[in-house]
Design a protein around this ligand. Structure first.
Ligand SMILES: Nc1ncnc2c1ncn2[C@@H]1O[C@H](COP(=O)(O)OP(=O)(O)OP(=O)(O)O)[C@@H](O)[C@H]1O
Length: 606
């Protein structure tokens, strides 16, 4: 079976201690009183647990050896009280610690989300969305595990341990010393397990990210999975990922459990030594059976919390590894930020200019090579050219989704790096081939452009986009839920909703990226009409493969391999006989009916 790719190296340079300290100072300090309550519960649990050996000594010596009936009732009541306190305190502790853990998780999730949502597009494209989602779910869960389960258990068990060890020394310091000789040895597995666990935890976090990404892609592309009869292939591929993650998880548990047999042997040695020495004393008559058993019981109770502390150390290591990734995400600063004192564009007329713009996605991929374009306010300019020419890249520079490598993009005469991103994007309406609709009502989807818009405004936008009639015929009209990505609508309907959105935004600049290319002729006509209405009075930059849609543009720029190769009106470009004319000829030839489709000549009776 194939293996998942290697997990990337740790993103941050923080040490374990720095990460733990940051978790403590940034996320736990607001919970002081909750911690006080939790520790009060801990103290009660530890005190009650430490009382058990004393009570049992009285049971053995007082009831069984001395046969005192007057002790029966008080000792029974004492036992009930001890367990009552333990039960109540354990409940209180669990609830309060979980509430702290859950609040910390929510806080981490929101800090991550705030950092991410302001991040630039390039960074989003660099990370598969599944990895992002798994930071919010799997990794955060690991931190919760470390905080509320492990840290809590260590707190509680450490207190209990102190109480029980004190009780053991109080009963018989010599026996207690014999039993404690093995304690320091329990530190060894902590160190050993910690290192191995960090490595495998990083890998399994990466594996979970891969799995989330893969599953999201499969479920979103389910139509194609079925259309290509790819179910069985998908099962096989999924199996590889699932079992690879499963193996990593098993390995993690295995490493976490290394210390369990070690600790069992240690406790066996300690109990054996105490029985050998203490048992000898009972036989020699130097010690009562009751005090001996009370001691052995205390010893057994001591090893339980000790074992748990050692075991939960693994969860803490996992939590710290997860927090490392989470903090890296929180600390990431976007590559595109507003300059200090950036200007605010008030209502723009929409003039756009690109001046000798170069851009590349990576060191070796120049996507734009010295592009200059001028779009006067209120005009329509079209970009055409073969696939991969750089048209969408150019369009993405205008809302500053990316910054050019060199050259400048100007809106209203401002270099867009000198104005706030918010005010720049306020001036732009975007309609693209892939519409982004949310699983919400039609109304909310249109109002996404301007939350708080009135029903009249939303309806006017829908009418302008030729969408009102189909919306009115939906079961709940504007309140109809349209499903994830608008799955309950047709392609043309989805497109008209996104035009309605742009209508409602009413921005002076309009960017159309293949807005009609995925539609059939009838839908295209409706959408085209809606777009024509939308374009009135706005500066429009449109990309279209179908050249018939760009014929009426004021100016057409032809792009090829990241450069502008021709400029002119439709008629001028045809006359020139270059790339545009060739593309036009090819498309008109495709649009004309072929011989096979031409109507058959009708035989005329003679
Ligand atoms: N996010 C990205 N990361 C890396 N390279 C990219 C990215 N987006 C596009 N490219 C590359 O940049 C070049 C220009 O792509 P672009 O999408 O701008 O072309 P286009 O003219 O819009 O093509 P089409 O008409 O097919 O949409 C192509 O070589 C493409 O592979």
């Amino acid at each position: 079976m194939s293996k998942l790719p290697r997990a990337p190296r740790a993103p941050g340079q923080l040490t374990d201690w720095q990460i733990a300290k940051r978790l403590l100072t940034d996320h736990m300090k607001g919970h002081f009183w909750r911690f006080v309550i939790a520790f009060a519960c801990l103290f009660a649990t530890a005190a009650a647990s430490s009382a058990i050996p004393f009570v049992s000594q009285h049971i053995l010596d007082g009831i069984f050896t001395d046969r005192r009936t007057d002790l029966l009732v008080p000792i029974s009541l004492l036992v009930i009280a001890v367990f009552f306190v333990r039960g109540g305190a354990t409940y209180g502790f669990t609830v309060v610690m979980n509430s702290i853990g859950r609040r910390i998780v929510g806080d981490l999730q929101m800090r991550m989300f705030r950092a991410k949502i302001w991040d630039d597009l390039a960074s989003f494209h660099a990370t598969a969305s599944g990895h992002l989602v798994s930071q919010f779910t799997f990794n955060v869960q690991a931190v919760l595990g470390a905080v509320s389960t492990s840290a809590a258990a260590i707190g509680r068990d450490a207190m209990t341990l102190v109480g029980l060890v004190a009780a053991m020394f109080y009963q018989d310091w010599r026996l207690a010393l014999i039993a404690s000789v093995t304690f320091p040895l329990s530190v060894y597995p902590l160190i050993k397990v910690g290192r191995d666990l960090r490595k495998v935890t990083r890998k399994s976090q990466f594996g979970m990210g891969e799995m989330t990404s893969y599953l999201t892609q499969v479920f979103q592309g389910i139509r194609h999975v079925k259309a290509y009869n790819a179910e069985q292939r998908t099962i096989t591929a999924t199996e590889k990922i699932v079992w690879s993650v499963s193996r990593m998880m098993q390995r993690m548990t295995k490493i976490k459990s290394y210390n369990a047999p070690f600790m069992e042997v240690l406790s066996g040695v300690a109990i054996g030594a105490v029985i050998y020495y203490g048992g000898g004393q009972v036989i020699a008559g130097n010690r009562t059976t009751g005090s001996f058993f009370a001691f052995v019981l205390a010893l057994m109770l001591t090893y339980d919390p000790l074992k748990r502390i050692v075991n939960t150390w693994g969860s803490i290591q996992q939590g710290i590894t997860a927090a490392e990734g989470i903090f890296a995400m929180i600390d990431k600063r976007p590559g595109i930020v507003d300059r200090p004192g950036a200007a605010v564009i008030e209502k723009a007329t929409g003039a756009i200019a690109l001046e000798d713009v170069h851009f590349s996605y990576g060191p070796s991929i120049p996507a734009l090579r010295g592009v200059s374009i001028e779009i006067p306010a209120g005009r329509t300019v079209a970009l055409v050219g073969p696939s991969g020419a750089g048209k969408s890249t150019l369009l993405n520079l205008i809302p500053r989704f990316y910054d050019p490598t060199s050259g400048a993009v100007r809106v209203e005469g401002h270099d867009i790096r000198d104005v706030t991103q918010h005010s720049l994007r306020e001036q732009i309406g975007l309609v693209s081939q892939e519409t982004t609709l949310f699983d919400a009502s039609v109304r909310d989807n249109i109002a996404y452009a301007r939350p708080g818009a009135s029903q009249e405004e939303i309806e006017a936008a829908a009418r302008g986009a030729a969408a009102h009639d189909f919306i009115a015929s939906l079961p709940q009209g504007y309140d109809t839920q349209i499903g994830e990505h608008g799955v309950r609508l047709s392609g043309g309907q989805r497109q008209r909703l996104s035009i309605a959105r742009a209508m409602l935004k009413n921005a002076p600049i309009l960017l159309l990226d293949e807005a009609t290319s995925a539609l059939d002729t009838e839908s295209e006509r409706l959408v085209q009409d809606a777009l024509t209405r939308l374009m009135v009075g706005r500066t429009t930059l449109m990309i279209a493969h179908r050249l018939s849609t760009v014929r009426s543009a004021d100016l057409i720029y032809v792009m090829d391999q990241g450069q502008i190769t021709e400029i002119g009106s439709h008629a001028e470009l045809l006359q020139r006989g270059g790339l545009y004319a060739r593309l036009w000829l090819m498309q008109t030839a495709e649009d004309e009916p072929s011989e096979a489709e031409a109507p058959l000549p009708v035989a005329v009776a003679g």
